[in-house]
Design a protein around this ligand. Structure first.
Ligand SMILES: O=c1ccn([C@@H]2O[C@H](COP(=O)(O)O)[C@@H](O)[C@H]2O)c(=O)[nH]1
Length: 246
């Protein structure tokens, strides 16, 4: 593959802004301003700081992935998707385990917001497949889902595509299988990214940023290797060099 420019690589990185309050999140965002990366707002930050943090980050020019993994009955998810769409996020997710009707309802909620004139631009909607902290052994022996983990990921991806969603959250190890099943333009957003120098923590299905890129992923979700560093901007800079230099 041909190497990306630094700006192209940065545009593929979604920094997981897992911080306990708006002040901590915005201090970190300020240090990463100018790189061109996305911000991923997850449960810890959103439950503490609410929709205002999304609006503040948008006003600072960041693209936003709102990672709340909705998983409920279709009618509730449809309403939730409409409300999230009104926040003006660029991408959000639901849980693939909710099934076809639930994922279709998420797509309908987006359309509801568009048709009501709440927003002009539709966000991308993607489905979580199997969490990147889940191993093959845990899937089979603990959660009780039999069979190959990659097949389970691809199954959810196919359902998501059928429901009219634009992509999935999966590990970088499953990107080739997802793209083969759902097409090259079906978006893969991949947490489970660990530079060699970073601690693995609770993730199990991991690759380095460079391997994820070479494996064809569209977006790399990276949290603690950046946000836990004493100088987050230097950690991000190092990752970009690893992604873009021969
Ligand atoms: O399968 C999934 C789905 C979401 N995540 C989220 O991504 C980040 C990863 O952060 P790290 O610190 O780089 O591990 C985090 O916000 C998760 O909630 C995931 O890891 N796996």
């Amino acid at each position: 593959m041909s190497l990306l420019t630094r700006n192209e690589a940065a545009g593929k990185i979604m920094v997981a802004l897992d911080k306990p309050d708006a002040q901590a999140a915005l201090e970190l965002a300020e240090r990463l301003q100018g790189f061109g990366c996305w911000m991923k707002v997850g449960m810890e930050l959103f439950f503490a700081a609410g929709p205002a943090i999304v609006q503040e980050l948008k006003s600072r020019g960041f693209r936003i992935f709102l990672d709340l993994k909705m998983h409920d009955i279709p009618n509730t998810v449809r309403g939730g998707a409409r409300s999230i769409t009104r926040l003006g996020v660029d991408l959000f997710n639901v849980h693939g385990a909710g099934g076809l009707a639930m994922m279709s309802a998420a797509a309908e909620g987006v359309q509801d917001a568009l048709q009501a004139g709440d927003v002009e631009q539709a966000p991308l909607v993607i489905a979580v497949t199997q969490l990147t902290s889940t191993s093959q052994q845990v899937l089979n022996d603990e959660i009780g889902i039999p069979g190959d983990l990659e097949n389970a990921v691809v199954h959810y991806a196919e359902l998501a595509r059928k429901a009219g969603l634009q992509g999935v959250v999966a590990s970088p190890l499953e990107v080739a299988a997802v793209k083969k099943a759902c097409g090259a333009s079906f978006i893969t957003v991949t947490p489970g990214i660990r530079p060699r120098w970073a601690e693995v923590g609770d993730q199990t299905r991991i690759t380095t940023p460079r391997d994820a890129l070479e494996g064809g992923t569209d977006y790399l979700v990276i949290g603690r290797p950046i946000t836990g560093a004493s100088k987050p901007e230097e950690a991000l800079d190092t990752i970009l060099k690893e992604m873009t230099q021969l």
